[in-house]
Design a protein around this ligand. Structure first.
Ligand SMILES: [Zn+2]
Length: 82
């Protein structure tokens, strides 16, 4: 598993924090990843899911019908880095 870091602001998660993992629409490559992982009997961090802190979690949830890369692009535009 990836260490829990918000993919938008890179804030590290603490036990007390809200927010969490958001699963996005699977791309073809994600379907292939899932098939490969189940065939090889492996467990890993899904490429179509990522962590969001409490500040970005709700916005991320609203975009979960998009593939991860598109959603992150939109969120990075909506929440510019300082
Ligand atoms: Zn964040």
């Amino acid at each position: 598993m990836k260490p829990p870091l918000c993919v938008i602001c890179y804030k590290e998660f603490l036990d007390s924090d809200e927010g969490g993992l958001v699963y996005f629409k699977k791309r073809n490559s994600d379907e292939r990843w899932e098939k490969m992982m189940s065939e090889e009997d492996l467990i890993g961090h899904p490429p179509y899911a990522d962590w969001f802190c409490e500040k970005h979690y709700t916005a991320a949830k609203e975009l979960q019908n998009l593939p991860l890369n598109e959603a992150v692009k939109i969120l990075n535009e909506r929440f510019p880095k300082e």
